[in-house]
Every structure is written in structure tokens, then in C-alpha cells.
Design a protein around this ligand. Structure first.
Ligand SMILES: NCc1[nH]cc(CCC(=O)O)c1CC(=O)O
Length: 315
């Protein structure tokens, strides 16, 4: 052992309840696997947490949530950071990288309402809260009459806006609600056939300095091979589509055939749901990125480029 185990491993984390759950989860798993190891949390506030009243795309997107964490790793105040894979940018600053993808929780989105049991139950022109282009466009495709209104903030903030009566229903990630102990708020689960999840949704990843062999060795024990194959396929599709920070893109891969085959479904749509493109393909589980590129090319062949250009042109 090159370093004594008494040197703590430090996890940089945002302070939102979901981020804290994720960091605590990794801490508990690492300490269980490594008796004597001390894991500490380093709580940080990111710009994304401070600016709550502006659509994310206007203030610089999801990178705002990770920049402070990455600076802490680069200047040695922390060793690793735990991310929801759906929020992890495609590119990393020099010296940092995503070393591990962990096992996946629920990949789906959840329908949450205090008055209605399901999407089908909503009255005409009901108001549904979400700031996700991906959720909004699929909701509009299923129910063109619905009024989609912007909803930001952490999971608890979004629920309190529903409880205030600002919306008839809201849509949140199932895994986020379960992780912060609010699974009883899930009214019904939206299956991928209704609402295709975001690339990487429900999976956690760990970022660290690439030259930090001690941290890499410790976290590699948490890697999950099936989830890694799924998420690499989903993210390769997103990257090949040049998905920006806020994307009208869904992607979800599952393993079939005893884990030998990956089945990837992809979707790109106009934010108002007026045009929705879908593509699907199967490929060997040991070549996830090729499958992602293949499904992206199928979508581009149907005209996804024009839809995405129109969205990014609005910024
Ligand atoms: N965009 C915020 C975010 N990032 C990750 C999750 C939880 C789900 C996950 O781990 O993928 C959520 C909450 C939500 O979208 O409702």
C-alpha cells in the first residue's frame, strides 16, 4: 500500500439533498469495501445552485453544476466527485475524467400529481411542470392539449410548487424521488414507451483526476459492467448528435440475450412535440459506442439535424 489508509478520500459534492444522497451512497459503499478507509464529504455551492430563476440554457447549462466540483479536484481540495450520469457533460477539463459508471437505479420518469392518477387522467389543457425539453416534447406528443410550464429548482422545491397549486402535475426522475426518500410522491411511473428517459438517467458516475491512481483503484471496485455498456451507448448517441446542454433528446439502452446484446432506443423531437423522430437498433454489448453512433446516424438521416439546429439557434 503506497499510502496509508488513514489518509481520507474526499468527495466534492453539491449540497442539494439528491447530491448529498449520491455522495453518502458512494462513501458508504467505499467504506464497506475498504475497512479502515475514511471518506469525507466536501460540500460546495455551484453557480447552478445559486441562480434559480433563469432557464438553464440561458446561463450556461449543466456545466454550471460541475465547474466548482472540478476546480476542487484540480486544486487538490477534493479527490472525486459523484454525478448523475444524465448531467455529466461529454467533455472534461484536462486532467479529469469519468473513471467509473456505477449500477443503475430506476431509469424512468415519474408522473406526480395530487389530484390526477396518470397522464391519461389529466383534464384538457391541464398545466404540467417541467423544464426539460425532452419531457415537454414527449408530453405534447402524447397530449397536444397540455400546457407545459417551466419548473426549476431541486426536487423538494419542485414538489412544493406542485403543492402550491402552480401545476396540475409535474414530471420528475423516478430515481431522484426514491433516493431522497420521497417515493410516496410518485403517482405513477411513465414507462420508456411513453416517455423515453434521458441518456444516462438513473446511473451514477464518478469523476477524478486521471493521474490519481489511489482514488482510481478505490472507485474501480464500484464499476458496474452492464450499466457501463448501456450508458456508453446512450452517451455515444448523444455525443454524435452533438447534444448541447439542454437537449430534446431521449436515449435508453437495455441488455438482452443474457447480456450479450444491447438494444438502444433513441428519440429527437421539436420542443412543441410537432415532430418526433425515433430510431432503434441492436448490437453487441461489447461495442456500445458503435451502436450509439448507428442510432444517432439513423436519427440524423431522418432530419434530426434540422430540429437540433433550430433548438440551439434559439440560445
Ligand atoms: N436534472 C436534475 C437531476 N439530475 C439527476 C436527477 C435524478 C435522476 C438521475 O439520477 O438520473 C435529477 C432530478 C430530475 O431530473 O428530476
Amino acid at each position: 500500500m503506497s499510502e496509508p489508509e488513514s489518509v481520507p478520500l474526499r468527495i466534492a459534492t453539491r449540497k442539494s439533498p439528491l447530491a448529498m444522497w449520491q455522495a453518502e451512497h458512494v462513501k458508504a459503499r467505499l467504506e464497506a469495501l475498504n475497512p479502515g478507509l475514511v471518506v469525507e464529504l466536501v460540500g460546495l455551492s455551484t453557480r447552478g445552485d445559486k441562480i434559480l430563476d433563469t432557464p438553464l440554457a440561458k446561463i450556461g447549462g449543466k456545466a454550471l453544476f460541475v465547474k466548482e466540483l472540478e476546480e476542487a479536484m484540480l486544486d487538490g481540495r477534493a479527490d472525486i466527485a459523484v454525478h448523475s450520469m444524465k448531467d455529466v457533460p461529454m467533455h472534461f477539463p484536462d486532467g479529469l475524467g469519468l473513471a467509473v459508471i456505477m449500477d443503475r437505479g430506476a431509469p424512468t420518469d415519474a408522473f406526480v400529481s395530487n389530484r390526477y392518477q396518470s397522464l391519461e387522467d389529466l383534464p384538457r389543457e391541464a398545466c404540467v411542470g417541467t423544464s426539460s425539453l425532452r419531457r415537454g416534447l414527449q408530453l405534447k406528443e402524447l397530449r397536444p392539449d397540455l400546457v407545459i410550464k417551466s419548473l426549476r429548482g431541486n426536487v423538494q422545491t419542485r414538489l412544493s410548487k406542485l403543492d402550491d397549486g402552480q401545476f396540475d402535475a409535474i414530471v420528475l426522475a423516478t430515481s431522484g424521488l426514491i433516493r431522497v426518500g420521497l417515493s410516496e410522491r410518485i403517482t405513477s411511473e411513465l414507462v420508456p414507451e411513453q416517455l423515453l428517459p434521458a441518456c444516462g438517467q438513473g446511473a451514477l458516475g464518478i469523476e477524478c483526476r486521471l493521474d490519481d491512481t489511489r482514488s482510481r483503484t478505490l472507485i474501480e471496485a464500484l464499476a458496474d459492467a452492464p450499466t457501463t455498456a448501456q450508458v456508453l451507448a446512450e452517451r455515444a448517441m448523444n455525443t454524435h448528435l452533438e447534444g448541447g446542454c439542454q437537449v430534446p433528446i431521449g436515449g435508453y439502452a437495455v441488455l438482452e440475450d443474457e447480456g450479450k446484446t444491447l438494444w438502444l432506443r433513441g428519440l429527437v423531437g421539436a420542443p412543441d412535440g410537432s415532430q418526433v423522430l425515433r430510431a432503434t437498433a441492436r448490437g453487441p454489448a461489447d461495442a456500445p459506442e458503435a451502436l450509439g453512433v448507428q442510432v444517432a446516424d439513423m436519427l440524423l438521416g431522418q432530419g434530426a439535424g434540422a430540429i437540433l439546429d433550430a433548438v440551439y439557434g434559439e440560445r
